[in-house]
Design a binder for this molecule. Structure first.
Ligand SMILES: Cc1cc2nc3c(=O)[nH]c(=O)nc-3n(C[C@H](O)[C@H](O)[C@H](O)COP(=O)(O)OP(=O)(O)OC[C@H]3O[C@@H](n4cnc5c(N)ncnc54)[C@H](O)[C@@H]3O)c2cc1C
Ligand SMILES: *[C@@H]1O[C@H](CO)[C@@H](O)[C@H](O)[C@H]1NC(C)=O
Ligand SMILES: *[C@@H]1O[C@H](CO)[C@@H](O)[C@H](O)[C@H]1NC(C)=O
Length: 380
């Protein structure tokens, strides 16, 4: 057997790509990374969430262990993304103003500790009653970032290859296949999103509309799957339009539904959203939802007057957020024979917001387990 070792990363979504890049910073001279996925950034598949994401950064208040863990991952991602935005203009990231208008703020928003746990921005500001539209009870603004998600994923893939990473297109039925894809595979990193086989994973489309993190589970099981075998997916429908907007605005309506607009950097249009429909497996966009999204957006978001309330639609988007009860799974599992599976999946509706923190946490676990070399290499 050769002296070189291949680390296999499964998944080329934002989590797999971020993790592969982070691992590359800690390779010994005899290790290399092979990124294997069914879908790569140029592909479009409803089961490949990353290209469909808005994607903006908006904190989710809370005090639960999961909320605090995510807040920490989100903060590290925020600092990393800010740095990438200034150093790598082609990454598709832009720093913009973030605004939130809530008509019926859930209890976490009214608890000052839950809010200060996650709203870490230096320029964070509560909006006065006269600064917000009628009916809004909770309003804030802060400087945040937006990401052109397909551009950012393609950018990360390019960085990975430039740094010596290899790729292979392949669809796994069983994760053990990954140990046979190359000589001497000791570590397989599972960043497969909705992936395969975890009873706690599910998907969420966008029709039943609830706050993120508290979706309603709908026992809807086409394809003769039992609920146990369905990964938690969180599907959602949004609409991509050409009309530009200068800030990312999130509005929560009185009935608890959420609307948002997210400008996509590098002339990527504006994403208008959005719905959440847990366990809805319908892959087709609904024209009624599109009409509602656009009608609401014209009322609430500052599109430039020359559009005259008309939208120039590029396409409807239906995507599935790979959710998991209890949040993401990040752990190292020894599977015998000196072989290890590193899990990093179940990012739900926040994969971009958490991506760098998740990648660092997975890498740290690999370092602790002796699967990577401790000394970071001077790369970049
Ligand atoms: C409408 C919408 C709006 C969103 N907005 C935001 C936002 O504003 N901010 C934010 O942070 N997030 C947002 N998200 C969520 C975000 O898109 C996801 O959290 C993120 O993309 C998950 O990334 P991932 O890498 O875990 O999974 P994915 O992007 O789904 O990637 C999974 C990878 O694993 C591969 N794979 C899976 N199974 C197999 C197999 N059997 N064999 C081989 N390869 C396999 C796939 O091919 C793919 O390469 C949004 C999502 C949607 C749908
Ligand atoms: C790999 O991740 C997927 C989620 O993407 C999960 O369903 C599956 O159980 C994981 N595989 C293993 C062997 O843990
Ligand atoms: C549009 O706004 C109304 C509240 O005014 C809300 O009930 C509805 O769910 C919104 N539709 C979408 C698709 O966001």
């Amino acid at each position: 057997m050769s002296g070189t070792e291949t680390i296999v990363v499964i998944g080329a979504g934002v989590i797999g790509l971020s993790t592969a890049l982070s691992i590359q910073e800690h390779l010994s001279s005899t290790q290399s990374v092979l990124l294997v996925a069914r879908d790569f950034p140029s592909d479009t598949s409803i089961n490949y969430a990353s290209p469909w994401a808005g994607a903006h950064y908006r904190p989710v208040p809370g005090s639960s262990p999961q909320a605090l863990r995510e807040a920490n991952q989100a903060l590290r991602t925020f600092n990393y993304i800010k740095k990438v935005a200034t150093e790598e203009p082609a990454a598709g990231i832009k720093l913009v103003q973030g605004i939130e208008h809530l008509e019926a703020p859930p209890p976490e928003y009214l608890d000052s500790q839950s809010v200060s746990n996650v709203y870490h921005f230096e320029d964070f500001r509560s909006l006065e009653a006269e600064e917000v539209p009628a009916g809004v009870k909770w309003g804030v603004e802060y400087g945040t970032y937006v990401i052109n998600s397909p551009v950012y994923c393609a950018h990360m893939l390019r960085k990975f290859i430039v740094k010596g990473g290899r790729t292979q297109k392949y669809t796994f039925v069983n994760i053990n296949e990954a140990f046979a894809l190359a000589d001497n595979v000791k570590t397989v990193v599972n960043c497969s999103g909705t992936g395969f086989g975890d009873p706690k994973s599910f998907i969420i489309r966008g029709k039943l509309i609830t706050d993120r993190g508290s979706w309603i589970l709908v026992p809807l099981c086409p394809y003769s799957q039992t609920l146990e075998s369905i990964a938690n997916v969180d599907p959602g429908q949004t609409c991509l339009v050409r009309n530009p907007v200068s800030a990312t605005i999130t509005r929560q309506n009185e009935d608890g539904t959420w609307s948002f607009c997210i400008p996509r950097p590098l002339d990527g249009g504006t994403v208008i959203g959005g719905t959440k429909q847990p366990h809805d497996w319908d892959p087709n966009p609904s024209p009624e939802i599109r009409t509602q999204l656009l009608t609401n957006a014209s009322k609430w978001f500052p599109f430039t007057p020359e559009s005259g309330g008309q939208f120039d639609v590029i396409r409807d988007i239906v995507g599935r957020r790979p959710a998991r009860e209890g949040g993401m799974r990040i752990e190292v599992e020894q599977v015998g024979d000196g072989k290890n599976i590193v899990h990093a999946y179940g990012a739900g509706g926040r994969g971009f917001e958490l991506s760098r923190g998740v990648a660092e946490d997975a890498t740290a676990l690999m370092l602790e387990s002796g699967l990577l070399r401790v000394q970071a290499r001077a790369t970049l």
